[in-house]
Design a protein around this ligand. Structure first.
Ligand code: THG
Length: 276
């Protein structure tokens, strides 16, 4: 299954049988105070700096999240998107809980974006699926719905299937639906990662779709986060994760090592390119 995204002109193919594509997570104000203060001053230089360093570290798509309390993201998300589009030719993953911000960003964005995200709530599907269709965007289908977050992998699969069905009915291609099984902090729930890993396997085996996850979520509140993230990333890739939202500056070597070991990197070209 191939999900094709586009920047101004460059195409990125996320292929279930190809190498893992890293969606850079760093343009996100969570715990990045400098991003909040610069954005509040309509200063996008730090956004561009984060974009540049993630691209250098091998991110092929960038997640763009400008959400923090009190911000008008209907205004700010399109401005951030525009600034990135002007400087870098890379597809964007528009990360906002506000459908109006997503739509405003799609209006100005170049190429083909990934909407982050549509969940299984009626409200979310009704608001975002028509927008995705109208602007030709791909979507992330988040495995939660009106009943909240289930800890049963089979039920998470069902939620993903529901979103997929609605999207296809609306004329969105199956390959333009990327599933997020939900990755949560293992410090809060000892079975959190296991449930995610099992959901990834189920989605991979039953739906064959591309799979993402906020891969750094799992290590919140624990020491040696980089090690936890790397181990979780490796196991997730083995189960079928294809396009994690993660910090490439920390995880790229692990990702390329997994690709090499899983036979997706002939002559270790991609591994050697990044390992030092
Ligand atoms: N699923 C989907 N989208 C998502 C998430 C998800 N978007 C947001 C989030 N979860 C993924 N993005 C991040 C961004 C940053 C961090 C974690 C997840 C993070 N930052 C460090 C911290 O908080 O300590 C700071 C920066 C660093 O050290 O790299 O952990 O689940 N679809």
């Amino acid at each position: 299954m191939k999900t094709i995204l586009r920047g101004r002109s460059r195409e990125v193919v996320i292929d279930t049988s190809g190498h893992v594509v890293i969606i850079g997570e760093s343009i996100n104000p969570t715990r990045r105070k400098k991003l909040v203060t610069t954005l509040q001053n309509n200063d996008f230089s730090y956004v561009l700096e984060l974009a540049g360093s993630q691209i250098k570290a091998s991110a092929e798509v960038l997640d763009v999240n400008v959400g923090f309390p009190g911000v008008d993201d209907v205004r700010l998300l399109p401005l951030a998107v525009q600034a990135i589009n002007e400087k870098f030719d890379i597809p964007l993953c528009l990360d906002s809980p506000n459908p109006k911000a997503i739509e405003a960003a799609l209006k100005t964005a170049s190429g083909k974006c990934l909407i982050n995200s549509v969940n299984g709530e009626e409200k979310s599907m009704n608001a975002l699926i028509p927008i995705a269709k109208e602007y030709g965007a791909a979507i992330i289908a988040l495995a939660m719905d009106d009943e909240g977050i289930t800890h049963d992998p089979e039920k998470r699969l069902k939620v993903a299937e529901k979103i997929l069905e609605r999207a296809v009915k609306a004329g969105i291609k199956e390959e333009d639906v990327v599933v997020d099984p939900l990755a949560m902090a293992v410090s809060a729930d000892p079975r959190a990662c296991l449930v995610t890993l099992e959901t990834i396997k189920l989605v991979h085996d039953k739906l064959g779709l591309n799979i993402t996850q906020g891969a750094s979520n799992i290590s919140f509140g624990l020491p040696e986060r980089d090690v936890l993230n790397a181990v979780h990333m490796t196991l997730s890739i083995l189960n079928g994760l294809t396009c994690p939202i993660a910090n490439p500056e920390k995880i790229a070597v692990t990702v390329r090592a997994a690709d090499l070991i899983l036979g997706r990197d002939d002559f270790a070209i991609r591994y050697v390119e990044i390992a030092h």
